[in-house]
Design a protein around this ligand. Sequence first.
Ligand code: 5AD
Length: 348
Amino acid sequence: MRDLVEQLASNNRLDNASLGRLLAGCVADDALLQLLRDYAVRTAREQFGLGIYIRGLIEVSSFCRCDCLYCGLRRSNGSAERYRLTKDDILACCAEGYRLGFRTFVLQGGEDGTHTDSWLVDVVSTIRKTYPDVAITLSLGERSEESYRRLYEAGANRYLLRHEAADRELYNSLHPSSRGLEHRLECVAALKRCGYQVGMGMMIGVKGQTIDHIVQDLQLVSRMDCQMVGIGPFMPHSSTPLGGEPAGDLRLTLAAVAITRLMLPSALIPSTTALATLSPRGRLEGILSGANVVMPNLSPSDIRAKYAIYENKASWGKEAAEGLQALDEELQTIGYHIDYSRGDYNIK
Ligand code: 5AD
């Protein structure tokens, strides 16, 4: 098994059967997981040193037309509290974020039918004019290529669109009434054609997901050669059909993060909020598995609780934009620090 880690580290790839054995091995064997994570951390340090990039997360709307089984914002959840930020709200978040030192803003939201191209283009171009030096990341789900192109031309640079599941059956079972996996991947291809730095990713431990599914996810992410990869544990939300399911496994999540780092050495990989919510040390453990990005919450404080993709989502303290100093102190306990630069994707 140790050979598999070394092979992965030196070739940036492994066949399906070996990847599956490695993932399963890491769940059972502490020393193996530790070895994998040590290689991943070494690779991340070669690429990024001890700096961790920060991204200010602005949750622009909790309305969503989708009905994903796992997500608290699904349209069938009648008890979800819905809100939508105005352009002025968003600009106020950017002003506060810029003052705090953020140089990337992430506009994330449900698939809100009122978010027309012209409204979004206006918001993005205003941010672009006001802050010429920031990166603008969008995470607004599936849109047309024309829409993606207009937003790119308005000044957006990056787009996060997790593929959620590379296996068609698993994808369909989690996403009723969606346009399917092929459409999802066409959106990713369209984003690349437009020129965005693109992020993909998936949850670990969602109902129906096997080790073989995770192998397919990792191979897809590697094949697509994406610039960003978000991986976090599934977290149950009681007002969804998966509310009674257990949360994803911490060790399996860390193994998936570490493998991703070794497959894509220069990728930008967040230590996700879901990891920080699952375990008090989750954020640090993600970094100690090769992650190099943290995304503190920059949303207006009165709406933070309403953006509940899962319950008890961390959005305060070190997960909050106001908590950057606490975050930096936490990072320092493992020898890291916040890197305030824009942190674009670079091929070394
Ligand atoms: N647990 C963990 N992650 C979730 N996401 C959505 N719902 C959950 C949940 N219950 C993830 C999805 C989505 C991202 C914004 O959050 O992968 O793409």
